[in-house]
Design a protein around this ligand. Structure first.
Ligand code: FES
Length: 110
């Protein structure tokens, strides 16, 4: 696969859940030292359920699509299940990524 799927393009053009959560229960930051991409994630947890996930990102189109898809996968899950999400879950949710962009899903899975 060498091209972006329709889902990747759609998430990149209309990223879900961008922003921040003022009263977040948790905030995480991660960057890719190779490409310089960076994201900050905010989570809201109520009764062990992720009720909201938002992010701010400076990254490539694939990393933005992955962050968007990650929020859709994570919201509504309990913390244990959300922690089990991995990079390939995100790639699958986007109907795949070009081989050379698979690494971009790691930011969102971390
Ligand atoms: Fe850096 Fe995509 S090139 S995350």
């Amino acid at each position: 696969m060498n091209e972006y799927s329709d889902k990747v393009i759609e998430h990149f053009q209309n990223p879900r859940n961008v922003g921040f959560i003022e009263d977040a229960n948790g905030i995480g930051e991660i960057g890719d030292t190779d490409c310089g991409d960076f994201m900050k994630v905010f989570i809201k947890v109520e009764n062990d359920i992720l009720t909201d996930v938002k992010y701010q990102i400076r990254g490539c189109p694939a990393s933005i699509a992955c962050a968007s898809a990650m929020t859709e996968l994570a919201i509504g899950k309990n913390l244990d299940d959300a922690l089990m999400l991995n990079d390939m879950d995100i790639v699958d949710a986007l109907d795949g990524l070009p081989e050379f962009k698979i690494h971009c899903s790691v930011l969102s899975a971390s």
